[in-house]
Write a protein that binds this ligand. Sequence first.
Ligand SMILES: [Zn+2]
Length: 418
Amino acid sequence: MAQFKLIICSCLICYLCNNIISQAQNVPVYLYFASHNETNDITYHGLDYADAADYATMRGYVKQVCDTIMAYNARYEMMLESNFILGCLQNESAHTNPDDLIEWADNTAQIEIQPHNHFKPFGFGANPYNYADLCHLLDSCGLSSTSEVMGGFIWRNFTSPPVNQDWTQWQTPQPGFTFPFYSWKPTLLWGGGSPNHIDDYDAYGIWKPQAATIAGFGIHNPTGALVNFGSGCSEDFILWDTTNVALLANRILNFADSVNLHFAGNANAFFCMKVMMNFRNFPSPGYAAKVGQLIRLIQPDVCNGVLHWQGIMETYTQWLAAHPNPNDYYLSRCENTVAISNAPNTATYTITLNGPDSVCANTPQTYTVNNPAAGSTYIWTITGNYTIVSGCGSNNSSCTLQWTGGTAGTVSVTQSTL
Ligand SMILES: [Zn+2]
């Protein structure tokens, strides 16, 4: 019986995968979707969350986004203002209903509910619920644990328009305004904002801000009471209803690849970032589909281990485990990080193909994709002298051949889900 040396080639492009190939990555990027809803959502889409029918309509859109994110095992921080929480309590009897949207979402492995607040106690457009009140309302919906994240705040005083910082008071537990018997203190600050986003504190990293000033916010205070969880660069990574999803995906892929390259070997470098969404865009046609499209397009870097879908508290817990020393911190403001480019990204993902590399002629040999993705299609490319026994088709993640002669042959496969 003659023996033939056969070379197995298997490095090809995959847009979706089930198994992460372990590679030594110095600086992974932790990624999640985040959303805000606002008290003025009605001015964008006409839906009044206090109205049962309007609330049900919006609930359907939110559920679509949640289902899409869960289907791909991505992560989502849903940050809610009082009007939507009240709508859930009123229209889904969330006090007692174990399946209301907020409680259901928070109980999933992929979604966390957090408060997002613009407190305005009096006057036109009043919102008499502060962060403590929101946490009390969320607890009333049946959340199993109280949120530890302040999902948006003003990081310093501004003069034009005049808006004051609103986070230093939360270094100690604060009572609710509407529910003064309830008090709350966040663990993490997230999303340092500014009036009309004129000067948001856009940064990556984890640190304890020293003061609510330009000079002090970026100084790490090891004994500080609040941790700032950097949310990334806001303008570049927003999924509006009008966003070109392919370009957004390119920016994310290019950013993650550049970080990996640029910060390689920096033991402290730590990048966590959001892809921001807003409830006011959810009713736009095809919005949930755009979420799915984005997830698929950035999948190569998820497969490669450059991007990790991971929520805020999950990431913070990981940081704490790796950095028990209170002096440890990481801070990189957006302008000091890496350039962000819309250019096409060439990230590929290596799949592996199992099979013998030394065979006898005229006996069946089976080659199997080691890490096939559900719903993929395959292109098998075979050289040499052979006959196909079974498989090897566009729906097959394995291919059985019988080599019939010659000295060498190759089998390669391309997996794709797009
Ligand atoms: Zn807001």
